[in-house]
Write a protein that binds this ligand. Structure first.
Ligand SMILES: NC(=O)c1ccc[n+]([C@@H]2O[C@H](COP(=O)([O-])OP(=O)(O)OC[C@H]3O[C@@H](n4cnc5c(N)ncnc54)[C@H](OP(=O)(O)O)[C@@H]3O)[C@@H](O)[C@H]2O)c1
Length: 268
């Protein structure tokens, strides 16, 4: 399980630090940031409080005119400086750019690893074909593609049918699920954008395990496939704690299937 920090820029600094401590004390985890979230400095301030067991991940923002391996490395140097790190655990390309050869990004990612700036590299928002192509480029330099970060939740299950989950299994790449709580829609017992059938199903199962519906929603993603790593965003320590507690128990097969059926109607 990881934690998303795209709202940490606007969050109260004290709350962000307390949220960080909560995650830190719970054990190893993953902290997800990106240059485009403007939260790297806040994460850096947290990391400066002492050694961490968390995997730190950030992302290169590809923009037209910002599409050379050199620009990627320069951006990575900026991220490292803001985070106060010499090496980042995982560095992603945030999304593919139309008409830009993926080999250019692959070259930058290879340099990131070879220069010792990144331990592992990944992509985000890549489709299955793009994933396979960049994995091929990286493999030529003996570097594995570590992760593809995509929108995946009980309300957004496209990764299961568009080939991304299959490619993750086949290439042994982590599917890092962003918006795993559907931007908060899977945290409330009533939400007009979620069908009553799904909410009732989640609520019944939550009651049986004495957990919350968001914990059930995260546990379902974890049970779906061992390659899936959800990164729920949290700016409040209580939310971070609750999300980490989605790890300590398992849905039964019957419960998993019931959620599977109920969520099929909500899919977007
Ligand atoms: N690669 C990409 O293109 C991309 C795009 C978008 C996001 N991301 C990443 O994915 C992460 C997650 O996305 P997200 O944060 O927008 O959506 P999310 O994880 O689906 O939902 C986060 C929302 O749910 C609330 N929440 C979290 N845990 C809760 C709990 N236990 N109980 C009640 N409410 C809870 C949060 O509230 P509080 O803030 O009040 O705690 C926040 O409002 C981001 O932080 C970012 O790192 C990546």
């Amino acid at each position: 399980m990881g934690i998303g920090t795209n709202k940490w820029r606007r969050a109260d600094r004290g709350a962000a630090l307390e949220t960080y401590r909560t995650i830190h004390d719970a054990g190893p985890s993953m902290i997800d940031t990106a240059e485009s979230y403007f939260s790297e400095r806040v994460v850096g301030d947290c990391l400066r409080t002492g050694p961490t067991r968390a995997v730190i991940a950030s992302k290169f923002l590809p923009l037209p005119g910002r599409t050379s391996p050199r620009r990627l490395i320069r951006a990575l140097d900026g991220s490292l400086a803001r985070l106060g790190l010499e090496t980042i655990d995982l560095y992603y390309v945030h999304y593919p750019l139309p008409l830009i050869d993926l080999a250019i990004f692959a070259e930058g990612l290879v340099e990131a690893v070879k220069s010792g700036r990144a331990r592992a590299v990944g992509v985000a928002n890549f489709n299955a074909d793009q994933m396979r192509r960049i994995a091929d480029h990286l493999a030529r330099a003996s570097i594995p593609l570590a992760a593809n970060q995509v929108n995946y939740s009980l309300l957004r299950r496209a990764a299961e049918t568009n080939g991304v989950l299959d490619a993750c299994r086949e290439l042994d790449v982590a599917l890092v699920a962003y918006f795993p709580l559907a931007s908060g829609r899977l945290t409330q017992a009533s939400n007009s954008m979620v069908t009553k059938a799904l909410l009732m199903c989640l609520a019944d199962i939550a009651r049986a395990h004495d957990v919350s519906i968001s914990q059930v929603a995260l546990n379902w993603l974890l049970a779906r496939d061992s390659h899936v790593i959800p990164i729920p965003g949290a700016t409040k320590p209580d939310h971070a704690r609750a999300n980490l507690d989605a790890l300590g128990w398992r849905l039964s097969e019957t419960e998993f299937d019931a959620i599977d059926r109920a969520s099929a109607k909500d899919e977007t």
